[in-house]
Design a protein around this ligand. Sequence first.
Ligand code: NAD
Ligand SMILES: O=C(O)C(=O)C[C@@H](O)[C@H](O)[C@H](O)COP(=O)(O)O
Ligand code: ZN
Length: 362
Amino acid sequence: MRSVNVPLGNRSYNILIDRNLLKSLGSECSKLGLGQRCAIISDSNVAPKFAKTALASLKKAGFDPVLITFPAGESSKSLKSVQSCYDQLAKHRLERKSFIVALGGGVVGDLAGFVAATYLRGIAFVQVPTTLLSQVDSSVGGKVGVNLKAGKNLVGAFYQPRLVLCDLDTLNTLPLREYRSGLAEVIKYGIIYDAPMFADLERNMPKLLKRDINALASVIARSCEIKADVVGQDETESGLRAILNFGHTIGHGLEAISGYGKYLHGEAISIGQVAAAELSAQVLGLPREDVDRIRKLFKRSGLPIKVKLNAGQMKRLFAAMMLDKKVSSGEIKFVLAEKIGRVAFGQKVSMDLIPPVLKTLS
Ligand SMILES: NC(=O)c1ccc[n+]([C@@H]2O[C@H](COP(=O)([O-])OP(=O)(O)OC[C@H]3O[C@@H](n4cnc5c(N)ncnc54)[C@H](O)[C@@H]3O)[C@@H](O)[C@H]2O)c1
Ligand SMILES: O=C(O)C(=O)C[C@@H](O)[C@H](O)[C@H](O)COP(=O)(O)O
Ligand SMILES: [Zn+2]
């Protein structure tokens, strides 16, 4: 078993990474000093696959779990779903010492985490991520929340889980498109923090695409180490944490203007990161060779790197980008790369540069 600690003083927690871990959910939760009553929050794809094992494990360890599900998909990451979860938690009489288990991908984790952060003014929660994206990124670091029509993640909180349990075996049933989506966040870590990791990904992409278990375990652990290191230094994004947002200003904008239906998160930020790389070349002199390596790695992962927007869509994209949380005094602050492995945050960029940059992706 691999274990990564997220260092946040008395709110520190571990990320456990191994095969066949779901069976240990109950025994791991027993170590946390939580109440007996708990709710698994999951979605309509994940619950039929994994809820039975999770419920049995919790019961065996003496917990009293109930299961709450909602329809799978990004459109469920909404205030409407939050309300429905609150109603069901009240119906099942969860108490202050009760806890929530988020069983699923990033949509489940972000939504269930927000519900945990706010129900009874906050009850404990445990993340059990079942997608690659959620194992390498969304289950770690405590950003929880939901979307508004106007923009991604506009309502939320910073609220840390008590434990993250990544069962590698759950990834076996993940559809290929979803798996690739997770690779976009993995590649991000190489670009923002770890040039040798980026080079390893270039070498090992064929193995990763075959879901080779050793390659996967290493990549998940390294991604979690990087995220834990960044979050440990800047939990609430007063500065450094913004680097985790590389490629997200344009990526989130694309998700919002397409009504959260066209692109998966990883697909949108694949395009966003290629655009950010092109922008970095112009603003920070990111070497052309690095831009090309970035483009090529996303492409080899099977992720989209092209986008074509008409004038109306470009206008809507700009409006969505202005709702980015990195906007300050009406100006978007970008995360840009100086070279692979090193980025700078808080970069002012003239909006005039965006349409020509997106043109290079058409
Ligand atoms: N909080 C954060 O720090 C953070 C970081 C990155 C992304 N996010 C958010 O995460 C969300 C994307 O997460 P995601 O990519 O996990 O999407 P998701 O939760 O929608 O899961 C993807 C799809 O796979 C299904 N699924 C999940 N696990 C499965 C499994 N093991 N087998 C078969 N099917 C399975 C789901 O039902 C869903 O249909 C976005 O909303 C994004 O904004 C949050
Ligand atoms: O954890 C972070 O910080 C991130 O930015 C991780 C991102 O991959 C993730 O998509 C996050 O949800 C974006 O947050 P937001 O603050 O830009 O909404
Ligand atoms: Zn992301």
